[in-house]
Structure formats: C-alpha cells, structure tokens
Design a protein around this ligand. Structure first.
Ligand code: HEM
Length: 109
C-alpha cells in the first residue's frame, strides 16, 4: 500500500518563498520549487500562488492536458483539512476579493 502524506494549511502556508514553494491544486499538494524556472507561464504567477490553494488560478487559465499530467511529477501529498489561503500571507491584505486579474499576461500586441 502506498502511503500518501497529508499536510495541513498551516504547514503548506510556510512554503511560500523561492526557497520552497508548495502549491495546492484540487486538494493535492505539489512542491514546485524546482519547477519555478521551467514554468511556461513564468515564475511570477507561481510565486503569487506559493503556499496557497491555486486551483482556481490553475483552472482559470485553462492549462493543457500536458500541464495537468506534469503535476504528478511534483506531487508530495494530500491536503488535510481546510485549504490554505492568502489570509495568512503578509501581503495578503488586499487579496481577499482578488480573482487573479494579473495572471492575464498574454501578449496582446
Ligand atoms: C503548479 C503546477 C503548474 C504546472 C505544472 C503548470 C504548467 C504549465 C504549462 C505546461 C504551461 C504551458 C501551456 C499549457 O500546456 O497549458 C503553462 C502556462 C501557463 N501557466 Fe501554468 N502551471 C502550473 C501552475 C500555474 C499557476 C498556479 C498559475 C497561476 C495563474 C499558472 C499560470 C500559467 C499561465 C499564465 C500560463 C501561460 C499561458 C499563456 O501564455 O498562454 N500556472 N503552465
């Protein structure tokens, strides 16, 4: 039987810096620290979602099947309990109603 680790929001929220980046997508926890440089959508959006539940942001941009299957390479465990939010981020004060407008970074020149 495979043992899947579980992580609580408190623990996940600590991994919100370049040194260690965890992201939650659909109640699964991913360590994307090494993926930062490789993300085709740029590192900024990953950093913005570091330590929180990025499900909505991830789905909003309509990632491909390829992108979805890449997730498993970074899987480290399941979310236990409530999802981490920006509420505990120091810069999260204005994030409550923010629906990630800033991720729409497609070049429309
Ligand atoms: C954590 C796991 C993630 C993986 C494995 C991943 C993977 C990818 C891949 C492979 C692409 C290339 C296009 C595609 O195949 O769909 C992409 C593009 C992109 N991703 Fe992610 N991504 C992740 C998280 C995120 C998050 C949290 C955001 C936040 C909004 C994000 C925003 C974007 C954007 C804006 C693009 C560029 C779309 C474009 O320019 O057309 N990604 N990502």
């Amino acid at each position: 039987m495979s043992e899947v680790k579980t992580f609580t929001a408190d623990e996940i929220e600590k991994h919100c810096t370049r040194d260690s980046i965890w992201i939650v997508v659909h109640d699964k926890v991913y360590d994307v620290t090494k993926f930062l440089d490789e993300h085709p959508g740029g590192e900024e959006v990953i950093l913005e979602n570091a330590g929180i539940d990025a499900t909505e942001a991830f789905e909003d941009i309509g990632h491909s099947e390829d992108a979805r299957s890449m997730l498993k390479d970074y899987f480290i465990g399941d979310l236990e309990g409530k999802a981490p939010t920006t509420a505990s981020h120091e810069n999260g004060a204005d994030a409550a109603g923010d629906k990630h407008d800033h991720v729409r970074t497609k070049q429309n020149k």
